[in-house]
Design a protein around this ligand. Structure first.
Ligand SMILES: NC(=O)c1ccc[n+]([C@@H]2O[C@H](COP(=O)([O-])OP(=O)(O)OC[C@H]3O[C@@H](n4cnc5c(N)ncnc54)[C@H](O)[C@@H]3O)[C@@H](O)[C@H]2O)c1
Length: 464
């Protein structure tokens, strides 16, 4: 156990800041289990960062506290995770009384900064779910807090860890198309997954920072990593034309809606036992409605988004995000001085896709570890040559196999080589959210936005 815990401590350093942090930088005792607390017992907190940690890494860690503002969800979450630790509604009280080594933050996006800053200030390392935060002022406050605390912050970017995305990185880093000059990246959310963001807090800019931040932070992090540079300027367009006030009718919530028989987006939460137990049973405490109407007037985020991003190494990125596509999938193409690399996943016309679109989202979130093991192509086409098809063995569950690999690297085997630098720390978290924050500002002002004007971090020609 001693050895495993030591390995974990090592991996926190590696994940947070590259290969330079010695184990001695951490003040943990090495003879006991790692003491973990978690704030935000919603679906992500209790499943991926709760139950899964207990099932896979109980030999080196133990939950010593859980915190949420909703007492019903907190108690349900504790039982679901399968622990007997104390629960708290007051975060600082939890940290004071339990003295954790690591704080895991899985609250809604607009509140991440609060727990990151308090946690670092109280002398703990912190792991936060993406996105790091939702605006540039909170970003700067987090940067200042990490500098002042001497503790470490890890951002849980899982997409980098999927084998398909890693293969793209490997091919680009191996100079398969020469120096990258421009990139096209397009992500299509279907009418199940895309619509789900408009049913709850994600539909409000103040809560999730808009999908430019909440969702696109994943994409911008991948792009920053693939391109291996930092963004310098962003220009964007976006609008809300499908959901929100654009809907033909609106109701109270799906469950009780008078339009349920005519609404294509009707979702019967009462058929999902886990959703009922986790959310509906505890609405009385905080009014959090999980199956809210996605045509609510209050929705103010964009449902179509398009941006151009210029990188410090002169790469130009064309990016788009659609939220009501008939299928869920994505495409990327890299143009380079010596060729072009193309990759895509889940485009139904380009593979023998037989899965129902609602099943696809459930599989993406699935943590069971059972998988389809198909192979998917990446095309490398060098100038003046025929194209080559590189086949990548696939995993679909847990965000393309990324979820499991990220946790294994942290908790189980930090010695697994990571030649492509998949570990993400504060700077990666900042650079990915700043693109989305800049895009939002660009739409609001009609102007290009310089990344260097948003925080005191100066974007670098290569990733910092
Ligand atoms: N990496 C990924 O692929 C991935 C996937 C899903 C969610 N996430 C992230 O995980 C986080 C949680 O998402 P979710 O879907 O579980 O959301 P959720 O709304 O289901 O859960 C959030 C929980 O935080 C609690 N909460 C809100 N404000 C709080 C506060 N001030 N103090 C204490 N508790 C508070 C809520 O009561 C709720 O229980 C989000 O940041 C989201 O972006 C990441």
């Amino acid at each position: 156990m001693k050895n495993s815990r030591r390995k974990f401590l090592q991996s926190v350093g590696l994940l947070a800041a590259g290969m330079v942090i010695p184990i001695s930088a951490f003040g943990f005792e090495t003879s006991k289990k790692l003491k973990v607390v978690l704030v935000g017992t919603g679906v992500r907190g209790i499943s991926f960062w709760g139950k899964r940690l207990v099932e896979h890494y109980s030999d080196i860690l133990e939950f010593v506290g859980l915190c949420d503002i909703n007492p019903g969800r907190l108690e349900f979450g504790r039982k679901h995770i399968g622990v007997h630790c104390p629960t708290f509604s007051d975060f600082e009280k939890m940290v004071r009384e339990t003295g954790p080594d690591l704080i895991i933050v899985t609250t809604k996006d607009s509140t991440h900064h609060e727990f990151i800053i308090k946690g670092l200030g109280m002398g703990c390392d912190v792991l936060t779910e993406k996105p790091l935060t939702t605006d540039e002022n909170k970003c700067q406050a987090i940067i200042d807090a990490e500098r002042k605390s001497g503790k470490k912050l890890i951002v849980g970017f899982n997409y980098r860890w999927s084998p398909y995305n890693t293969k793209i990185k490997e091919l680009l880093a191996g100079n398969s198309i020469g120096k990258i000059t421009s990139v096209d990246f397009h992500w299509y959310l279907n009418t199940y997954h895309g619509a789900s963001y408009f049913r709850r807090w994600h539909g409000l800019k103040n809560e999730g920072g808009s999908l430019w931040v909440h969702k696109a932070t994943h994409h911008f992090d991948l792009l920053n990593w693939w391109i291996d540079s930092e963004p310098s300027e962003v220009f964007a367009y976006g609008d809300l034309e499908h959901y929100g006030a654009n809907g033909p009718f609106r109701g109270d919530k799906c469950r009780t809606c008078q339009h349920r028989s005519e609404c294509d987006y009707f979702w019967d939460i009462t058929k999902d036992n886990h959703m009922m137990r986790l959310y509906v049973d505890h609405e009385k405490y905080d009014g959090y409605i999980r199956d809210n109407c996605l045509f609510r007037d209050e929705i103010d985020i964009y449902d179509k988004m398009s941006a151009q991003v210029k990188y410090k190494n002169n790469v130009v990125l064309n990016y788009s995000l659609t939220t009501y596509s008939p299928f869920e999938g994505w495409r990327v193409a890299f143009n380079g001085t010596e060729g072009r690399l193309e990759a895509w996943l889940d485009i139904p016309y380009q593979r023998g896709e037989t899965l129902d679109q609602s099943e696809m989202h459930a599989l993406e979130m699935d943590q069971s570890g059972e998988d389809d093991k198909n192979q998917e192509p990446v095309i490398v086409h060098r100038l003046w040559k025929d194209f080559e098809t590189v086949k990548v063995p696939m995993e679909r569950g847990g965000h393309g196999g990324g979820d499991m690999r990220l946790q294994d690297k942290m908790f189980k085997n930090p010695d697994i080589p990571d030649p492509y630098g998949r570990a993400a720390g504060l700077r990666d978290g900042v650079m990915s959210v700043l693109i989305g924050i800049a895009a939002r500002k660009s739409i609001e002002t009609g102007l290009p936005i310089a990344i260097k004007d948003l925080t005191d971090l100066e974007p670098g020609e290569t990733r910092g």
